[in-house]
Design a protein around this ligand. Sequence first.
Ligand code: ZN
Length: 147
Amino acid sequence: MEETRIVNGTWDLSTFKFRIEGSGMRRMLEGMKEARLIGSRCSQCGTVYLPANFYCRKCHVRVDEPAEVSDHGEVMSYTIGYADVRGNPLEVPTVSLMVKLDGSDTWIMGVGQEMQPEDVRIGMRVKVKWSEERTGSLQDMRSFVPE
Ligand SMILES: [Zn+2]
């Protein structure tokens, strides 16, 4: 069941502090060296985040349990690019995908390769194409290709 929480009160944005928590991203990049995707699971509601989040967006509790996610998943949304940022037509259209990997509750973005733009569909099964030599960077995940 979906739950919405209301936090009453005055929010003084001038004193609001943002916290950038990098441990989840570091954990994911470390796993990517071995072609593994490590996220985090909320112990209260079971939501799995990739990249790992340090708090649950639903329960507002700290999340630090590692959770391994599959490198196979499903296309949830996509964009086909037919022009560059200046509007010039591209010789080869680009495919950008939002993918929900099996075992994760969040989506990640990536480039689609080895697929024709007209064949891309929501619900299409894809898998991560890993770089041959992985260094623990986002480039380790080269693209998504059809399963
Ligand atoms: Zn939760």
